[in-house]
Design a protein around this ligand. Structure first.
Ligand code: PLP
Length: 470
């Protein structure tokens, strides 16, 4: 399947444009800065885009986490917050929405995704356990390791190749899972950590056939399948577009079927669920639920609010229903594709195929003259900000951190700069401005010399590390 046919699928009606299925009711003015102002802001921020003030940012593509625009209905829901300590009606609405659209039985709210990852890791992982996953996610792996587990990447090899065009590049390699089972034994593997669209691989989806096969392999061995459902709605769109037998199924139907092959999920509601804060955990097994419900009280809050205000739970419940509407998902992923196709036309190296939530610039090919030791992905994020005030982030050697055993940098094959598109926030005109700024950096690529790290925090260093240009 060619890259072109992957990207244009679902648009078989000739020249009929899509447009956002919403209109703007309230606006938030943006600040436009000069190059001198941006250089000063970069110096102050240690050339780390995470440390730049949002007030100094023009188009903020740092993350799609908690940056969605809520709908008028969600804002109206905020006024229906029942802020009772126990048994808030908003909790029951949230529980019902998760049961209806994701299909799990028991629900625990948490303040955000990592709160859920913390609880599930503490409850399910024992010291010496092994957890296979499709690539990794920073906070997910951190919590699995802190609980005494060892993470193993079992994504298909092609996922590490930014130029390999495959419809489901987030799939797990069953051979790799079997090898880990043979090596350590099924009783040392509490669960498979499966993410729907793999963030670190460029937002690449997992097929229905893959999750079904994982289920068939694991169920007889007593290994659970746990889903990182953070961007599972976007994953469902790729299944609808690319997998045989799903073209006529709705996003909601596909989501429900996918989840039915898993035993539970953790969620960063700040992504797919269209809210600014929140998360949840859901499991089918009662005993696991009992332990989770007990532990949430220690770390997050009572099991009917889990660190969230009643109004926040209401906004998530409404957001879940809006998020599974086909028109919404098509325009959300369509906007990402629009940007990706412009860059592809201009021969700018990006991860292919274009994923669901972000465009990943391939910093290795963007700056072929820079070695990974001078942080090409971080360098590109800094120069893009300097050019236009667009904020992106590194997903490469800085994000990967150090090997806990050897203390050396982990050296991921992918060295990327991520342009993450918030949901329902920017227009197509903003995407044009972004593409043109990336092009300007690409034309000036030979001038980039890379960065030196001058301060390195111990955990998740990419958030707070400081750099100097070489
Ligand atoms: C954001 C994210 C998380 C963590 O969620 P937070 O709400 O940021 O704590 C976990 N997994 C994936 C895939 C994510 O993108």
């Amino acid at each position: 399947m060619s890259g072109d046919s992957l990207h244009t699928m679902g648009q078989q009606h000739g020249r009929r444009s899509w447009a956002e299925p919403w209109k703007i009711k309230m606006v938030e003015p943006l600040k436009i800065t000069t190059r001198e102002q941006r250089l000063a802001a970069l110096d102050e921020a240690g050339w780390n885009t995470f440390l730049i003030k949002s007030d100094d940012t023009y188009i903020d593509l740092l993350t799609d986490s908690g940056t969605s625009a809520m709908s008028d209905r969600q804002w109206a829901g905020m006024m229906l917050g029942d802020e009772s300590y126990a048994g808030s009606r908003n909790f029951y609405h949230l529980e019902a929405a998760i049961q209806k659209f994701y299909g799990y039985k028991h629900i625990v709210p948490t303040h955000q995704g990592r709160g859920a990852e913390h609880l599930i890791s503490q409850v399910m992982i024992k010291a010496g356990d092994h957890i296979p996953g499709n690539m990794y996610f920073t906070t997910t792996r951190e919590h699995q390791e802190m609980a005494g587990g060892t993470f193993h990447d079992v994504i298909i090899d092609e996922a590490h190749d930014p130029q390999a065009i495959l419809p489901f590049k987030g799939n797990m390699d069953l051979g790799k899972i079997k090898a880990i089972i043979d090596q350590f034994g099924a009783d040392k593997i509490p669960y498979i950590s499966l993410a729907g669209t793999v963030n670190m691989a460029g937002g690449q989806p997992v097929s229905m056939a893959n999750v079904r096969a994982i289920r068939e392999l694991c169920e007889p061995l007593g290994i659970k399948v746990m889903l990182d459902a953070t961007r599972m709605v976007e994953n469902a769109l790729f299944i609808q577009e690319r997998e045989e037998g799903y073209a006529d199924k709705s996003i909601a139907q596909i989501l429900l079927e996918f989840c039915s092959y898993t035993d539970g999920a953790w969620m960063s509601a700040k992504k797919d669920n269209l809210v600014n804060i929140g998360g949840w955990l859901a499991v089918n097994d009662w005993d696991t639920f009992e332990e989770l419900r007990n532990l949430v009280v220690v770390f997050e809050g009572l099991h009917t609010y889990g660190g969230l205000a009643g109004r926040d739970m209401e906004a998530i419940a409404i957001g879940i229903e809006e998020a599974v509407q086909d028109d919404h998902v098509r325009s959300r992923v369509g906007q990402v594709r629009y940007l990706g196709e412009l860059l592809t036309e201009w021969d700018i190296p990006i991860v292919q195929p274009i994923g669901g939530h972000a465009i990943f610039l391939d910093a290795k090919r963007f700056y072929p003259h820079l070695s990974q030791d001078v942080y090409p992905g971080q360098t590109l994020a800094a120069y893009l900000y300097l050019d236009s005030g667009i904020r992106s982030m590194e997903r490469g050697i800085v994000s990967a951190g150090r090997d806990p055993k050897t203390g050396d940098h982990k050296r991921p094959k992918l060295e990327l700069t991520r342009l993450t598109i918030p949901r329902r926030v920017y227009t197509q005109a903003h995407m044009d401005v972004v593409a043109e700024s990336v092009k300007a950096c690409f034309d000036a690529r030979e001038e980039a010399r890379g960065l030196e790290m001058v301060y390195e925090p111990k955990y998740l260093r990419f958030f707070q590390a400081r750099f100097k240009p070489l």
